[in-house]
Design a protein around this ligand. Sequence first.
Ligand code: FES
Length: 152
Amino acid sequence: MAQKLSKIDRIIAKYQADKSALIQMLLEIQRENRWLPKPAVVRLSQRLGIPINQIYHIATFYKAFSLTPQGRHSISVCLGTACHVRGAPRLLDRVTDALHIGPGETSTDMKFTLSTVNCLGCCALGPVIVVDGEYYGNPSLKEIERVIASCD
Ligand code: FES
């Protein structure tokens, strides 16, 4: 943990412990860890003199932050209206079958985190999933398994 805290200290030093850069610091910690571990939030609170509940308030407000460990690969299934009428619930079933985890869960090997979203802005492709930023329109179970297998 000491090594991780020194990384946090480096991030804080990069922004000269400037309270107004809190969100940038949180973003960097999120990028490094794929989530915001409690010791990191406590360190930020102590070093910046910002109450811990204020930091958690920000961290829970923005979707970019996660307070639970995330898998190395992120898979999102769109359940927006357009995707829903085009079969998103069945697509979600295919994805959960392939991953063996449900929405909001992370695989025990920390490889995948599955989430659902409300619209990805590409309704014509629907139903849609996004795997690490790559969009797939109505993939079959075989395609989903192929994409998952290609993730290291
Ligand atoms: S509703 Fe799914 S991309 Fe818009």
